[in-house]
Design a protein around this ligand. Sequence first.
Ligand code: COS
Length: 386
Amino acid sequence: MYYKLSEEELMIKEVARNLAEEKIKPLREEMDRESRLFPEIREELGRSDLLRVSIPEEYEGLGMGFMGMALATEEISIVDGGIATAYSANGLGATPLILFGSKEQKKKYLPQIASGEKWIAFALTEPEAGSDAGGVKLKADKDSENYILNGNKIFITNGGEADYYVVIVATNREKGMRGLSAIIVEKGTEGFLFGKEEDKMGIRASPTRELVFTDCKVPKENLLGKEGMGFMIAMKTLDRTRAGVAAQAVGIAQGALNEAVSYANVRMQFGKKIGEFQAIQIKLAEMATKVEAARALTYQAVRYIDSGASNISKISSQAKLFASDVAMEVTTEAVQVLGGYGYMKDYPVEKMMRDAKITQIYEGTNEIMKLIIARELLKEDLKKKR
Ligand code: COS
């Protein structure tokens, strides 16, 4: 397919592909088994400049927007969806800072994130605030110089690994979602500790941890935007990064398709390669068509986001919904093509199937994606009628 990628975009794809093949692939099984991100992979990501892609040039990034991020995420996901999560979660953490940070905040944090010296994470989810993002309870009271945080966040990607956290807090609980704010908290701040480390089904190379805040004092200048903007900051961030989850799903599906095709070309049954049987050919054809359709929708969403358009909620939700369902279907079919071997850990497709599942869940479940798409459709119709 022809996607009109620029020279720079093709170059980023190649850098990500080489890193994935040469550095990540040899370690992916071990990282999955041990449920651990190896420090050498974190270092390689920093050295590769892939963490610079979506950071603006004035802050030592490459200024390639969400397309650069999506292409790198897709390539890494072809090999390892877990490392792709650890990688792209930096984009998720950096997005609210890029969109709403002051010049001083951007100058302070973004160059270190671009170089990979420091990692940044996004912390929204709480035990009672998942799909209901407005239900955040983590309390931020104020004294003359600081916000004082009390409460916890759960399921935070790169929890413990990241150096900076954009935390959605309740600066005014009475106002509900209008009383939420976004604050940057640095690892090592007194009263900020890491709690439970999750033992996950898939994407096991990316750490997922609880954040615990007890009378944690954070300087007032770490507020992003203004008080009360937290829910909007979270929504505008997710509107963009959901297309990144779609890119991850496309990569995982492509990885599984590649494995299924190459297996079909060598596996002999009934005296023939299984790829010669129409039952397998039909599966491969359907898988490949779905992957390409998911990629086309994802790139379209990302290009639209990068165009600066404001009405991006629908297309980014559509891309995530479609691509993640494709990832689940295609990885499941890949296991089927490999048969008994596909079910064993000796082959990577069972891991791909486990990794695919989260793309239907995180950064908004696919049920929430459908709700957003339907609400946008209804809004568009009302606008037309006005
Ligand atoms: N951009 C800007 N503003 C937005 C917005 C968006 N994408 N979505 C909603 N808002 C605004 C609305 O316009 C509304 O403002 P007004 O009341 O001033 O009109 C306000 O925010 C509340 O919106 P809404 O009524 O739609 O809120 P809901 O509680 O119904 O929640 C959903 C909306 C469900 C879409 C939201 O909570 C959501 O995205 N949930 C999933 C969260 C998620 O992804 N969690 C995963 C954790 S992050 S890994």
